[in-house]
Design a protein around this ligand. Structure first.
Ligand code: B12
Length: 208
């Protein structure tokens, strides 16, 4: 399979905002599935750009302009924005796929705007979309697993995708994943990342 340039977009909200509540809260509403999908795509050997849109990012600037396939995750409240993004990416030659609550609730409607509309999604479904990766217009095709996935990529794998992307963008200088003990003496995984911007250090703990 040829190496694809893939965009994964998690739409937490439907448009720009400056609200304090949004600044504090929206990043906490990020969904796990788009991050998991980014990991699965990297594992299949593709280049992934991941964006979580919380209303503060400039979508037009942050979105990669040359992508082969774009996955969008959206609630119905951001359904219209998802459709508009699909239209934009299709006009640039990309194939588009929608997943998440809106896709599950309004499958037939979404098929009018996306090439693929995903129901239950696991790695096999993602592989199928990656291998097909073709236009389905005017009506998109529905792809769904029989059941919810039995496993999802963990914190480590999901963070590694961010680190890889940050390295490609030149905004991360160092990263280290190690094992240690937390203050209570429990063994845990530690992930330290140094970003150039403000030498920000992020340390995450995951209990083993
Ligand atoms: C946990 C949860 C939350 C959490 C976490 C949300 C999050 N961002 O992950 C919190 C409390 C933050 C939340 C908030 C809201 N929620 Co809520 N939530 C749920 C709940 C209970 C479970 C969802 C879940 O995580 N399931 C586990 C995952 C693994 O499975 P899944 O959601 O079925 O997803 C599968 C597929 O859809 C697909 N998939 C999912 N995302 C993506 C993304 C891509 C790109 C792809 C390809 C595939 C894909 O893969 C998954 C595996 O098969 C559901 C109800 C339910 N029982 O499903 C409501 C539900 C999703 N929420 C709902 C709503 C309305 C909201 C709010 C808008 C409420 C509000 N007014 O503020 C906000 C929106 C927050 C936001 N913008 O992010 C509705 C969505 C309806 C709709 N059509 O949009 C639901 C269905 C409840 C309902 N019946 O009304 N929610």
């Amino acid at each position: 399979m040829r190496k694809l340039r893939i965009g994964v977009i998690d739409l937490v909200t439907k448009g720009p905002t400056r609200a304090l509540y949004a600044r504090v809260m929206y990043a906490n509403l990020a969904s796990i599935m788009p991050q998991g999908i980014a990991v699965w795509c990297e594992e299949e050997g593709h280049d992934v750009t991941f964006i979580c849109y919380t209303g503060f990012e400039n979508l037009v600037e942050e979105l990669p302009d040359r992508v082969d396939l774009v996955f969008v995750g959206a609630f119905t409240e951001a359904g219209q924005l998802a459709y508009a993004l699909s239209n934009l990416f299709r006009s640039r030659g990309a194939v588009t796929a929608l997943g998440g609550p809106h896709a599950r609730s309004y499958l037939q409607d979404a098929c009018q705007y996306f090439d693929y509309v995903l129901g239950f999604t696991d790695k096999t479904v993602i592989r199928e979309v990656l291998q097909g990766c073709s236009q389905h217009r005017p009506l998109g095709v529905c792809v769904a697993a029989k059941q919810q996935p039995t496993t999802l990529p963990g914190v480590r794998e999901r963070l590694e995708v961010h680190i890889l992307q940050s390295r490609r963008e030149g905004v991360v200088t160092k990263s280290r994943i190690s094992f240690g003990k937390n203050r209570q003496g429990r063994r845990c995984e530690q992930i330290g990342v140094v970003w150039c911007v403000g030498a920000k250090i992020v340390v995450m703990h995951r209990h083993l």
